[in-house]
Design a protein around this ligand. Structure first.
Ligand SMILES: *Cc1c(COP(=O)(O)O)cnc(C)c1O
Length: 234
């Protein structure tokens, strides 16, 4: 069996057992395979094993891969953009991705909405929140989330789905859970505020179980599926 297929099976088994432990439906936790730095052949191997949702951080690399995988005859896939967004690079994101997890400014959201092609469904959006304070540069401050969420929810060609975070790495399970709990509480406040959300994008290879315990609906897993990344090669 290919290592990628084997890893996907192991992660799926972990998602199922963790959801069970946490008293949640395993079907409520979607696995996003983060394929950054890996080539189209790795994506195709995961597709062979049944994976359909893939995350990319770097725009040009992602666009090249989407094209290569399409040309190789893969079935329709859901591509999620999960990297930092430059305001002059919003158009190709709006044209080629189904989801964007890393919206943190109104101006970026406006551009994505304006540039989303008319024939496509709305672009699915998560706001990236900085839940680790000084330790992270990316994401909006928790106290700014509600105002931005209401503005993004009103844009015509976007669907605001929820929140995303990358907490600072923590070894202890309890510490991991505490960070994810902060995102969950913000999310619950938005729901109470009347926004129709269904997505908490949180948890990676090293802290996926803690995220599932705190309500993650999308876990973004890279190295545990594809192996260690080599950034020099990318
Ligand atoms: C790289 C990356 C991941 C996956 O990280 P792993 O530790 O390899 O699972 C998830 N989310 C984001 C935003 C990333 O940049």
């Amino acid at each position: 069996m290919s290592p990628i297929r084997q890893n996907l099976q192991a992660i799926t088994a972990t998602i199922i057992s963790t959801a069970q432990e946490a008293g949640r439906e395993a079907a409520a936790v979607q696995l996003l395979a983060v394929s950054k730095t890996f080539g189209p052949e790795a994506v195709l191997e995961a597709v062979q094993a049944g994976q359909r949702a893939f995350g990319e951080n770097y725009l040009q690399e992602g666009l090249d891969k989407i094209r290569a995988v399409q040309e190789a005859g893969a079935p329709a896939l859901d591509w999620h953009f999960i990297g930092p967004i430059q305001s002059n690079k919003t158009r190709p994101i709006a044209e080629n991705f189904a989801w964007v997890h890393t919206v943190e400014r109104e101006k970026i959201a406006q551009r994505l909405s304006e540039q989303r092609p008319a024939g496509l469904p709305p672009l699915q959006i998560c706001l990236q929140v900085n839940i680790s304070g000084e330790a992270s540069k990316s994401g909006i401050a928790p106290e700014e989330v509600a105002a931005l969420a209401h503005k993004v929810a009103a844009l015509p060609n976007l669907t605001l789905r929820g929140l995303m975070a990358i907490p600072e790495p923590a070894v202890e399970f309890a510490q991991q859970r505490a960070a994810f709990a902060r995102l969950r509480i913000l999310y619950e406040q938005l729901l109470a505020d009347g926004l129709a959300l269904d997505t908490l994008s949180m948890g990676m290879s090293a802290d996926m179980r803690a995220a599932i315990f705190e309500g993650a609906t999308i876990v973004r897993v890279g190295s545990a599926i594809f192996g260690a990344r080599n950034y020099n090669k990318a």
